[in-house]
Design a protein around this ligand. Structure first.
Ligand code: SF4
Length: 222
């Protein structure tokens, strides 16, 4: 459990025995003081984001073995694989990321895209090229150069595209606000692998909190 909660950390729970609300508010201490829950990424950063004000339709098993359709809030979602899949996301790695109402979703998505662009090993073309392009497009939006096509343009690759698809779908107002310029959209300049090697790092927006590992890696003595 990480993100905007009072007590982030590792929690070991039996699958399906707690709800999202219990996990956030009872085990992780709730969202930060004075803040409201805005969204949750329930299964690692590639899992599709869920809005806090969404309603989810799930099938619930009855004691007699039958199933009924039940509508529930994010707080009542059982933390199990089937329920999170039915809610349109996944339990994935079990890494729950909580976002409160102070978060700019374009910034959050750009932060995720920056991670995938950096971590792609480069073996598969859709991942190698797509992750970099998604990062370039969200970074352009973040820096005020977003064009009207941007929210619809960036989605290829496989799992690394799920955050982009879901963020744009669930928070269209925030992405539209960053993409007001009219067409034609100047697509981001492509970096060749040689240019990336020569510059040693992909140009990025500053992270909110410098994790320190970029510098540590660059200075490491082998
Ligand atoms: S999807 Fe392909 S390019 Fe991306 S990290 Fe995995 S192996 Fe590497």
């Amino acid at each position: 459990m990480s993100g905007d909660v009072e007590r982030p950390g590792y929690f070991e729970i039996e699958v399906g025995k707690v709800t999202m609300g219990q996990l956030i508010y009872e085990m992780a201490g709730g969202v930060k003081w004075g803040r409201r829950l805005k969204a949750v990424i329930p299964g690692g950063s590639s899992a599709k984001v869920l809005r806090a004000d969404e309603r989810f339709k799930l099938k619930q098993k009855q004691p007699d073995g039958s199933t009924i359709d039940v509508e529930m809030s994010i707080y009542d979602l059982p933390m199990d694989f089937d329920s999170l899949a039915a809610a349109g996301s996944m339990a994935g790695s079990g890494g729950v990321i909580v976002l409160d109402d102070s978060r700019d979703m374009v910034w959050v998505l750009n932060n995720i895209n920056e991670f995938y662009a950096h971590e792609s090993c480069g073996q598969c073309t859709p991942c190698r090229e797509g992750s970099l392009w998604m990062k370039k497009i969200t970074e352009r939006m973040l820096n005020g150069g977003g064009v009207t096509e941007d929210p619809r343009t960036c989605a290829f690759g496989e799992a690394c595209a799920w955050p982009t698809q879901s963020f744009v779908e669930k928070f269209p107002e925030e992405f539209a606000a960053r993409a007001r310029k009219s067409i034609p959209p100047p697509l981001p300049p492509e970096d060749t692998p040689r240019e990336l090697i020569e510059r040693e790092q992909i140009p990025t927006s500053p992270l909110a909190h410098d994790p320190g590992w970029e510098k540590a890696g660059a200075d490491a003595v082998i």
